[in-house]
Write a protein that binds this ligand. Structure first.
Ligand code: ADP
Ligand code: ZN
Ligand code: ZN
Length: 735
């Protein structure tokens, strides 16, 4: 009797595919790979069931080309997490698995360690005397070393033995090479440096976590600590205990740009090996890190959101730093939230989770309120750092100099004259947000998006930040031919120019995506700032996170008014987090810091709440508002998006989806509300029209039940030939 298997393929369809094994092929276990023919191509698929009864006529099934693995790729609980993720996010399992595995695995390569070349004496070499090489000193030295034991190629290089001598010894038949698996040292919780003596708040937090961190239970601690309060020190001291118990630690951070500092702190503290999974690695390096994590050779694994899928032999603790950060949510393809998956994984695998932030997400705060998470707070800055003083500058009817008020310029001058650094925060790169004709009102819009093109003076281009389109800055209006072109909206390039003119004696540096494109440039700039080479820092979002600027005593947010009146219900939360994070850059050492917010709306309740009472109070009122408005975290949402070259096609597709959803809701009072279709806020991008359909429910279960029921039908819609739809569960952005 032939054997049949069922596999998931990395294709956009949710169905599984059945294949037949050739008689000589071994039975591949669930969670391993096979190579199969698919259409006219070959593909790597993942076995989801073996020894099945096929769904279609057995004679029509195609044969597996090769069985790639004899073992499952993922340990059992992680495999369960992947299955759960596919079903929760209603995403095809094959695509989920491909996303979760290193590229080398998805390409079908064997999950093997790179072998290391080692040299040892041949039997002839064992018999020979060191003295017999008297006439060749270099060969003699190496030969003597090898007499003491085999050496790796790396060790031979490190000890500066000559490679010519090595070759000569091999040619003489005295030395032989062998490729073997790398050896890894066992590790524990040994420290390489003395930890800080904890302050009272830190000690309470560490004590609370250590009480049950090694219980193999899914305990979750929300560690809310103002910037500089010593959260990292809390992590380090908890990690020491977990490592000492022989368990591994997984650390997730929002951006790999932040990791060098963190990695250095881990390496300085612990002897246990640290594996960093980042996008700069080659496919093979990534695979090696993945294997070391899976087999327990790595004590600490550090990575960004996709590292949540790293298999770990004995995971004891997961730390998710800056847990509020939106980059933990993948915004395209398989749209998962690493923070939510971390909690689910903890339940499946049995380990503790620390969520750390100065500005926790409202979701996590709601979980802390309902006692699902334990809430720990660090309210004071660690060491000698002083708290930050905040203020507002009312811009109404003030004269502005390239976005800077007189009042701000005066304060800047004071801080600079006192020998300190100033950080100006403006979240708009480029020179200006648009080019405008002064005679006819023509504006530099993107031909492919419903958006203006940004003026970039340095590269003499207009750039669309949505689709990447570029063209040269025109000399004349493209509508009336006038040469009277003016810019509107100030970007970081323009600010830099204005600052240099205004403060010629204080060197300024601009740090944004444009100025740091070259590899290593950001690190160079940050070092130069730390050395004091620059006194004024101008930056975007990039500067808001994680970096330490001990000599910055004044931080100013130049323009956040746009966000105050956004249609996105999360905009207020984001702006509050940004404000607090940016403020945290000031006065990290023993100098007192100030933060100044420029706004036309100083009376706005959000601004009042933040400045007068801080993030905690803001979060409290925001949660109340969300509860009253029945918005997440007090409701569940899912968003269908559709795109098409042809505008009606996108809308029609979502209309059909909406009709099908409605038809599936039987009860008189539906538990799920379907809103739309409506045009997306960015109604056209890269030549495609965009529509949205929002699903809203008081609870998750009915929403997911409805999707579960309808999705198989939605995959084969005739309307989907001219338009494409995607589904986003727990959407974070509504652009
Ligand atoms: P956070 O992660 O909360 O922003 P860090 O852990 O980076 O804060 O700590 C801020 C600074 O305070 C660091 O330079 C750290 O070495 C120092 N620090 C932390 N805890 C202590 C302590 N208990 N005593 C003295 N200095 C500390
Ligand atoms: Zn014109
Ligand atoms: Zn565009």
């Amino acid at each position: 009797m032939p054997t049949f298997i069922r596999i998931a393929l990395p294709v956009p369809l949710r169905r599984k595919y059945d294949y037949v094994l050739a008689p000589e092929q071994p039975l591949p276990p669930v969670g391993s790979r096979v190579r199969v023919p698919f259409g006219s191509r070959e593909m790597v698929g993942f076995v989801t069931a073996n020894d099945i009864t096929p769904e279609i006529e057995a004679s029509q099934l195609r044969e597996v080309i090769t069985v790639s693995d004899s073992e499952p790729l993922w340990p059992e609980p992680l495999w369960k997490l992947l299955l759960w993720a596919a079903s929760y996010y209603h995403h095809p399992l094959g695509e989920v698995l491909v996303h979760a595995a290193p590229i080398a695995i998805k390409q079908g390569e064997p999950p093997n360690y790179t072998l290391v070349r080692r040299y040892h004496l041949s039997s002839e070499g064992e018999a020979a005397e060191v003295a017999s090489l008297q006439r060749a000193k270099k060969q003699q030295q190496l030969f003597a070393a090898l007499k003491r034991g085999p050496m790796s190629a790396a060790a031979i290089r490190q000890q500066e033995f000559s490679s010519a001598a090595l070759k000569a010894l091999q040619d003489k038949g005295l030395v032989e090479a062998q490729d073997c698996k790398p050896s890894f040292k066992p590790w524990g919780g040994e420290l390489c440096e003395q930890p800080h003596a904890l302050n009272k708040e830190q000690a309470v937090a560490v004590g609370a976590i250590l009480g049950s961190v090694n219980d193999a239970k899914a305990n979750v601690w929300l560690l809310e600590g103002v910037t500089g309060s010593g959260k990292t020190e809390v992590y380090l001291q908890v990690m020491a205990e977990v490592l000492a118990a022989g368990k591994q630690v997984l650390v997730l951070v929002p951006e790999i740009g932040l990791t060098p500092q963190t990695v250095a702190r881990f390496r300085n503290r612990f002897q246990a090996p640290v594996v960093v999974l980042h996008s700069g690695l080659s496919d093979q390096e990534r695979l090696q890190g993945w294997l070391q994590a899976r087999d327990g050779h790595a004590g600490i694994v550090l990575g960004t959101r996709s590292a949540i899928f790293t298999p770990m032999k004995n995971l004891g603790l997961l730390i998710l730093d800056e847990e509020h950060d939106s980059s933990f949510k993948q915004q395209e393809g398989f749209r998962y939230n690493a923070r939510d998956l971390a909690i689910k994984r903890a339940h499946l695998e049995g380990f503790g989770v620390i969520l750390g932030s100065a500005t926790p997400s409202l979701e996590s705060l709601a979980n802390a309120r309902s006692k699902r998470y334990a809430h720990l707070t660090l309210g004071k800055r660690a060491g000698s750092a002083l708290p930050v003083k905040s203020g507002v500058i009312d811009l109404k009817s003030q004269r502005l100099h390239n976005g800077l008020s007189d009042q701000l310029l005066t304060v800047m001058q004071k801080h600079l004259d006192a020998g300190n650094q100033v950080l100006l925060f403006l979240n708009r790169r480029g020179f200006a947000s648009a080019l405008l004709c002064h005679e006819c009102g023509w504006i530099s819009d993107c031909h492919r998006c419903q958006a203006n093109m940004t003026v970039h003076q340095q590269s003499h281009t207009l750039q669309c930040h949505h689709c990447g389109a570029q063209r040269r800055i025109p000399r004349q209006c493209q509508s009336c031919g006038s040469t009277q072109l003016i810019t509107r909206g100030i970007g970081t390039e323009q600010l830099e120019q204005a600052i240099q003119e205004r403060f010629p004696n204080y060197p300024a540096i601009r740090i944004d995506r444009d100025s740091t494109r070259k590899k290593g440039q950001l690190e160079d700039y940050l070092e130069a700032v730390a050395r004091g080479d620059y006194r004024i820092l101008i930056g975007t979002q990039m500067l808001a996170k994680g970096h330490h600027f001990p000599d910055v005593t004044l931080v100013s947010l130049l323009d956040v008014d746009g966000a105050l009146f956004s249609a996105d219900f999360r905009a207020a939360e984001r702006i509050a987090q940004l404000y607090v994070q940016v403020s945290g850059r000031a006065g990290r050492a023993s100098k007192k810091g100030s933060v100044l917010l420029q706004t036309h709306h100083p009376e706005h309740p959000l601004i009042q709440e933040l400045i007068q009472n801080g993030y905690k109070d803001f979060a409290q009122s925001a949660l109340l508002e969300r509860e009253q408005a029945m918005l997440p975290p007090y409701a569940a949402m899912a968003l269908f998006r559709a795109e098409a070259i042809d505008k009606p096609a996108a809308e029609a597709l979502l209309q059909v989806i909406s009709d099908k959803l409605h038809a599936s809701m039987s009860s008189e009072i539906p538990e799920v509300t379907v809103i739309g279709p409506m045009p997306a806020p960015l109604a056209r991008r890269a030549g495609r029209f965009r529509y949205q359909l929002l699903l809203h429910a008081a609870a998750r279960a009915p929403l997911h039940g409805l999707l579960q029921q309808c999705l198989p039908e939605l995959e084969n819609l005739a309307e989907a030939r001219k338009a494409r739809w995607t589904l986003d569960i727990d959407p974070q952005e509504f652009i």
